[in-house]
Design a protein around this ligand. Structure first.
Ligand SMILES: [Fe+2]
Length: 175
């Protein structure tokens, strides 16, 4: 048996404001929405993947004050360095504060949705390195410059190696 990640459901307060962000800025499609039970709170299902009816569910039932504080972050992988740049531009045009962090194995953008839920969008680098590692990276670099910077910054950290070495070790560890 293998547990495969499918979705996360968040409790939220204000559907319209948050949908503007998840649909308008992040590009999710609403797959369904409706009351959870007769007179129950609304649930909104969203996805960017036809294989997942919902990757995120939002239940409009949050009552606590202040920014959301029990979720650290949801994280989304993108396929290319250009995708990271595109997301950075979208977030900037939506006036979202971004913290760009590199973990050696990923170039990430960290930010929050309008209710303070943490989010990450990242692209895998070709390397593994013992975690945790966090160094702020310069999002103005191009792909080649960014990868050269990652290698230089993390090459002397513990267990820095090509990602494929890490993956084959991981598989063998479980034999
Ligand atoms: Fe993360």
């Amino acid at each position: 048996m293998k547990l495969k990640w499918s979705h996360t459901v968040l409790n939220i307060k204000n559907a319209e404001k948050i949908l503007d962000f998840y649909v308008g800025t992040l590009g999710f499609q609403i797959s369904d929405r409706g009351p959870l039970a007769k007179n129950g709170p609304e649930i909104i299902f969203m996805s960017q993947d036809p294989n997942e009816h919902h990757q995120i569910g939002l239940v409009v039932s949050r009552e606590d004050e202040g920014p959301s504080n029990s979720l650290n972050h949801l994280s989304f992988r993108v396929d290319s360095f250009d995708d990271v740049k595109t997301m950075k531009n979208k977030l900037e045009s939506a006036n979202v504060d971004i913290l760009p962090l590199c973990h050696g194995n990923a170039l990430s953008l960290y930010f929050k949705d309008p209710e303070g839920n943490g989010l990450e969008v990242f692209w895998d680098t070709p390397w593994h390195v013992t975690q945790p590692q966090t160094v702020v990276w310069d999002t103005n670099l191009n792909e080649k410059e960014a990868l050269a910077w990652v290698e230089e910054t993390f090459k002397d950290k513990p267990n820095f190696t090509k990602l494929e070495n890490y993956k084959s070790d991981f598989v063998n560890r479980n034999l």
